[in-house]
Design a protein around this ligand. Structure first.
Ligand SMILES: Cc1cc2nc3c(=O)[nH]c(=O)nc-3n(C[C@H](O)[C@H](O)[C@H](O)COP(=O)(O)OP(=O)(O)OC[C@H]3O[C@@H](n4cnc5c(N)ncnc54)[C@H](O)[C@@H]3O)c2cc1C
Length: 149
């Protein structure tokens, strides 16, 4: 479903708000796979209390898949959900562009696969009680959501 959507998920793993006069070091980790997640966990452990450092993890998906156990899912010994963990924490931001799909999303007669995927993704975000979201009529529609605490 997400293939039709140009989406980026941003999960803030440690927050350091800029305090007036304080220089903030910003660390951006691209990719929420094994390398990215373990880097984020490392920084989180060491830097979470530092107000002058902000670490942001950018990932296309809001999950980490534990690939070494995929064969057990294929064999039917585990459910896919057993080897998947969500990444986003409270305060994490989800951004999806192309959320209007050229105005096709608002037109219920448009039932092609791409439009349905974008419509369903938007509905999932809006209906998720753990998220607060806003659709900005910018470009082809920018859907932004913040994970609540
Ligand atoms: C079936 C299977 C079994 C495996 N078993 C083992 C094992 O037993 N032991 C072992 O050591 N290794 C195993 N591996 C290999 C292991 O999964 C990889 O080595 C590891 O995932 C690589 O980590 P990575 O962080 O470099 O990349 P990935 O884990 O692939 O992470 C890359 C991340 O970057 C994100 N990304 C990519 N492009 C963008 C973009 N443009 N914008 C935003 N995000 C982006 C992706 O969505 C992904 O989250 C296995 C792999 C498979 C497929």
């Amino acid at each position: 479903m997400m293939a039709a959507i140009n989406s980026i998920l941003i999960a803030r793993v440690a927050l350091g708000f800029a305090v007036t006069g304080m220089k903030t070091t910003r660390i951006v980790i691209a990719g929420g796979g094994f390398a990215g997640l373990y880097a984020a966990m490392h920084f989180d452990k060491r830097l979470a209390r530092r107000a002058d450092v902000e670490v942001t993890l950018i990932s296309r998906e809001n999950f980490i898949l534990f690939t070494p156990m995929l064969h057990e899912v294929a064999a039917g010994d585990l459910y896919p959900g057993d080897i998947v963990n969500p990444l986003m924490r409270p305060g994490g931001i989800l951004i999806m562009d192309g959320a209007l799909a050229g105005d096709k999303v608002a037109d219920p007669t448009q039932r092609d696969a791409d439009t349905v995927a974008v419509r369903d993704a938007g509905r999932l975000v809006r209906d998720d009680e753990k998220l607060t979201s806003m659709l900005v009529p910018l470009g082809d529609g920018l859907l932004a959501a913040v994970k609540l605490g």
